[in-house]
Design a protein around this ligand. Structure first.
Ligand code: ADP
Ligand code: MG
Length: 393
């Protein structure tokens, strides 16, 4: 993979069109968690530091379903963006119109214009070539730094790249730098910890990781379908009947490839799936009939710690248990800590896993915490991300 990056493209005197992921939470007209805006700033600052550049910024926000809707205006985001950048950000009146074209053409060196929500137009998500061409006309160079939407072939993430010299920003560059080797040529031993709720949403990742992993830990809600295959009692835990055969065939393949699979050895159970349910320790692989497996227990965590001891590459996707409920968060918290303590290269991807790492305060001790939930999953599945493929030269 040869990724064209912002540093090896000449920006001098250019009007630069950049796609970022500013899809942040907004409440009562105010931006909440602004991590996504902050993560795009290094690229934006770099572009503005180049001689004579101006910037047209585009992003989506929420799901306005292809229609203009003031509830999904970029206005609050423009304000926060401007504060963080320490510089005026003009908000365009629309995405595509003569007025916007005039606003773009009036941009002077060093100025920044944020377009309205690109998803105000259905042509964005259908990747309409005419729409992409109109967006492309706003710049002389296209930079994509929206890793969070890189798995979508939309007009602003993929379409525009066909009409302009294009390159990745620092954020996409970093994501690729950490994820690509995992599927390609990871430092060994390579340990993957895959949790979360469903076999159906993680089976492709598991299969893909069989190519390069030495050890795969399977935990979270999906582990019970695997334990069932092995003939264990799983009580009232999550079970995906339709995936029993898929799980069986995965375990067979892992054996053939000499990939060791670690499944839960003990659990923390509950009689009901509830925030206030009492945590019941289950000191065996088998789970009593009346209990739901909610988290992994200490033996399982010791086995994970042991696997991580010599690991040189580690990827973690998917919580170990129902970490949203305090009584069942221990497994996820401990794994976050173990990953943070690991000597090898550590990568965490997945919306909920990243939320857990942040919640428990380990993010800054992990080498790479991905900014894209769906995108990181598709990357690990070995799929080509259209927004990144379009930047390869
Ligand atoms: P990610 O977003 O990191 O990829 P997923 O979306 O696959 O992770 O899974 C996260 C969800 O899995 C969480 O909401 C968590 O509560 C749930 N989960 C984890 N363990 C269990 C379990 N034992 N039973 C039910 N749900 C679980
Ligand atoms: Mg999730």
């Amino acid at each position: 993979m040869k990724l064209q990056t912002v540093k090896n493209i000449d920006l001098t005197g250019k009007r630069v069109l950049i796609r970022v992921d500013f899809n942040v939470p907004v409440k009562d007209g105010k931006v909440g968690d602004d991590t996504r805006i902050k993560s795009a700033l290094p690229t934006i600052r770099y572009i503005l530091e180049q001689e004579g550049t101006s910037l047209v910024v585009m992003s989506h926000f929420g799901r306005p379903k292809g229609k203009k809707n003031p509830d999904f205006s970029m206005a609050p985001i423009a304000d926060r963006f401007s504060e963080l950048l320490g510089k005026e950000v003009k908000l365009a009146s629309d995405v595509i119109s003569d007025e916007v074209t005039a606003q773009v053409e009036a941009l002077k060196s060093g100025e920044v214009l944020l377009l309205e929500n690109v998803r105000f137009y259905k042509e964005e998500e259908s990747n309409d070539p005419e729409f992409a061409k109109k967006l492309a006309a706003y710049g002389e160079v296209y930079i994509n730094d929206a890793f969070g939407t890189a798995h979508r072939a939309h007009a602003s993430t993929e379409g525009v790249a066909h009409y302009l010299p294009s390159a990745a920003g620092f954020l996409i560059e970093k994501e690729v730098k950490f994820f690509a080797p995992l599927l390609d040529n990871p430092e060994k031993p390579f340990v993957a910890i895959i949790g979360g709720s469903k076999v159906s949403s993680k089976i492709s990742v598991l299969e893909s990781l069989l190519r390069t992993c030495d050890t795969i830990v399977i935990a979270g809600g999906m582990a019970y379908t695997f334990l069932k295959v092995q003939g264990h009692a799983i009580g009232k835990s999550l079970l995906e009947e339709d995936y029993i055969e898929v799980a069986r065939s995965f375990l067979d393949k892992a054996k053939e490839k000499n990939v060791s699979v670690i499944l839960p050895l003990d659990h923390v159970g509950a009689t009901k799936f509830d925030q206030n349910a009492e945590a019941v320790p289950v000191d065996s692989v088998d789970i009593p009939e009346d209990l739901i497996g909610m988290d992994v227990g200490p033996k399982t965590l010791a086995a994970v710690a042991d696997a991580l001891k010599s690991a040189r590459s580690i990827v973690w996707n998917g919580p170990m248990g129902v970490f949203e409920f305090d009584s069942f968060a221990e497994g996820t918290k401990k794994v976050a800590q173990m990953v943070a303590d690991c000597e090898g290269v550590t990568v965490v991807g997945g919306g909920d896993s990243v939320a857990a790492v942040n919640k428990f305060g380990y993010a800054d001790r992990i080498d790479h915490v991905s900014t894209g939930g769906g995108a990181s999953l598709e990357f690990l599945e070995g799929k080509e991300l259209p927004g990144i493929k379009a930047l390869e030269k």
